[in-house]
Ligand binder design. Sequence first.
Ligand code: GLA
Length: 372
Amino acid sequence: MRVVDAFRSAFGAEPETVWHAPGRVNLIGEHTDYNDGFVLPFAVPWGVTAAVTPRADRTIRLLSLQSAGGGEPVTIADHADSQGWTRYVVGVLAMLGDRVRGADIAVDGDIPQGAGLSSSAALEVSVASALNDLHGLGMTPMEVALLSQKAENDFVGMPCGIMDQAASALSKEGHALFLDCRSLGHRNVPLDLAARGLQILIIDTQVHHEHATGEYAKRRAECESAARKLGVASLRDVEDLAGALDRLQGDERKRTMHVVTESHRVEALVGLLRAGQITEIGALLNASHLSLRDQYEVSSPELDASVEAAIRGGARGARMTGGGFGGSAIALVADDRLQSVQDEVAKTFAAMGWTAPRFLPATPAQGARKLA
Ligand code: GLA
C-alpha cells in the first residue's frame, strides 16, 4: 500500500494500523439532518486511507500524499497551530481529549476534490476509527461519527449535521443508509441498482461556491428561527405543514416547506425501495431538486443545468446532492441511456462555455473498515 510506504519512509517504522473510510453521495434527504429529519446517503468507492501509530507525547506528525509537500510531514506540537486540511485530523485528536496523546499519521485519499463527496468526513472518520482501534476505546461506528462531527463543528467551525460522518462510518456495500437524525436509529437498505440495469451517475460540475459555508450556516439559523416561532424543538416536529406555513413568512416559510416535504420524500423513497420499486424513485429525486432550487435556494446554474440535461438525455430522475452551491448532481440512469445522458450534459456545459463536467459511477460501497 502506497500510504504504508509513505509512512515508513517518513517515520522510519511500520504503522500499527491502517483504516479506510469512504466519502458519500446522498440519494435523498438534503438539509434535513440538522433539522432532526431523515437522510438516505450511501458510501462511494473512494475515500481516505489512514496509517497510524500512537505516540507517547502530545505531538502529532502528519503527512498527506495529496498535500503540496507530497509526503513531507508537518509536526503539530500544539493543537492550536493547525491549518487547512490538518484541522480535520487535529480536531479529531482534540475531541478525544485525554484518551489519546499524540500520533504519527499518514493519509492517502482518492476522492475527487471539490466534488462535494465529503472528503473531510472521510478524513475524520478514517483517523478516528484508527485511534479508536489502537487505544481500545470501544466506540461504536455511530460514536466515531458523532466524535468526527463534533471535531468539524467545534474545531473546524463548520456547523454540519451528522449525515456525512454517519454515511462514512456506517454504510454497507450494496446498501443505502436510512438514518433518523434525531434518534440516530438507522438501517442499511438494499440498493441493488445493477440487478435492475440501473446506475447512479455522479455529475461533478467542477464548480464550488466560495460562500458555501456562510450560506449553510445561514440556512441552519433560518430553520432554527422558524422552529422557535412554531414552538417546536426542530422542523422535524412540524405535523400540520399548511398551518405552520400560515404562521411564517419569506425565507423561513420557504425553508420550512423544503425541510418538511424533503423528510417525507426520504420515507417515501425508502418505501419504494422496500417494495422493490427502485425504477420508480426518479420522480422523488426530481421533486427534491425543485424544492432545493426554489424553496431552499441552495442550487446553482451548473447544478440546475446538469439535472435538466440529464433528464433530457433520458435519466429517470436527477437532483443536486450534498450541501449545494456547486459540487455534484446525481442522476438515476438505465445502463442503455448512460451515453446519451453524458452526451447531453457535456453538450450543455460546452454550449454555456463552462468547464467540462466530470462523470463518475456511484456504486454503494462499504463504510469504514480496517485494512491492516
Ligand atoms: C453538508 C453537511 C451535511 C448535510 C448536507 C446537506 O454535506 O455536511 O451535514 O447537512 O450538507 O444535506
